[in-house]
Design a protein around this ligand. Structure first.
Ligand SMILES: [Zn+2]
Length: 293
């Protein structure tokens, strides 16, 4: 069920690590450690490969697992508001070229990106990969970054949206993205900033601690990883790189009656709170990072 315990920080290599939290609110319990040198938080010991694979079965998407995701196909129209807004911002920086979405799920974001770019994807869940292959054929790799078939320097844009926290070796993954990236290309990463006050205040109760999440970054150590991997410029957006409206429109996808619109107050207040950040301090834990090669 578990691999052997790691003795060093998988991000910076320091042996100065100590226990952070034990998470017991899911049927699978796990430990997290924190690196005293770079602040990286990581699952330790990791689940074994078979256990991790089981997180990406059909149950993961249809809500039968206790740490499931919504199947994006059921709320496609609503998620589209966020995907279109994101593509618009990316287009300000990169006008055309090959676009790789790592962890492309059912391909909804790639469909939005295909307005300007040639879409490619990597997806390790056999369940969603079968679906996305029907849309984009051979440009989809059912597997991981580790065994991808793509040529070096072939992409102008690579995106990892809520993906990097699922990886057991994010250092190799970012190096591989750098290798695949054309000169001047853009790598987009969305993950939680564990150094945000929201994550710190909630402690072990922070929702980001879940069995599928193996790597927990902060704004600072994610920038460190990107710079050390060769990216020349890193831009951080908090909470995200687009405005509030697409988020409100997307949220309607889960609304069932009029009173659900009360959620808009919560979403708007969260968005505004997320605007409060300076240096390494941030009130909430949402961030999106644009790294340029
Ligand atoms: Zn470290």
């Amino acid at each position: 069920m578990y691999r052997e315990k790691r003795e060093c920080c998988p991000l910076c290599g320091s042996a100065d690590i100590k226990e952070k939290y034990r998470i017991e609110r899911y049927s699978l319990h796990f430990n997290t450690d924190v690196c005293m040198s770079c602040g990286f938080i990581f699952m330790n010991p990791l689940f074994d490969d078979n256990t991790i694979k089981s997180f990406y079965s059909q149950d993961y998407y249809n809500g039968k697992a206790d740490y499931s995701y919504i199947d994006e196909r059921s709320i496609k129209k609503y998620s589209g508001y966020v995907w279109d807004s994101r593509v618009k911002v990316i287009h300000k920086y990169i006008k055309s070229g090959n676009f790789l979405d790592v962890g492309c799920s059912f391909g909804g974001f790639l469909e939005a990106a295909s307005k300007y770019y040639t879409p490619y994807g990597i997806e390790m869940s056999e369940y969603s990969c079968a679906h996305v292959k029907e849309l984009f054929g051979e440009r989809i790799h059912c597997g991981t970054l580790e065994d991808n078939p793509f040529k070096e320097k072939s992409f102008s844009v690579i995106t990892m949206i809520e993906l990097i926290e699922h990886l057991d070796d994010p250092v190799s993954a970012i190096r591989e993205c750098y290798r695949l990236m054309a000169e001047g290309g853009l790598l987009l990463i969305q993950t939680a900033n564990m150094n945000g006050k929201q994550a710190k205040d909630l402690g072990r109760d922070y929702e980001y601690y879940m069995p599928g999440h193996l790597s927990y970054f902060s704004r600072r150590n994610l920038i460190m990883l990107l710079k050390n991997s060769g990216f020349r410029e890193v831009k951080v957006f908090q909470p995200v790189e687009f405005g509030l409206l697409p988020k409100l429109l997307k949220s309607r996808g889960s609304f069932r009656n009029l009173s659900d619109y009360k959620a808009w107050l919560r979403i708007a207040s969260y968005h505004l709170k997320s605007k409060i950040h300076f240096g390494d301090f941030a009130l909430t834990s949402s961030m999106v990072v644009y790294a340029f090669k």
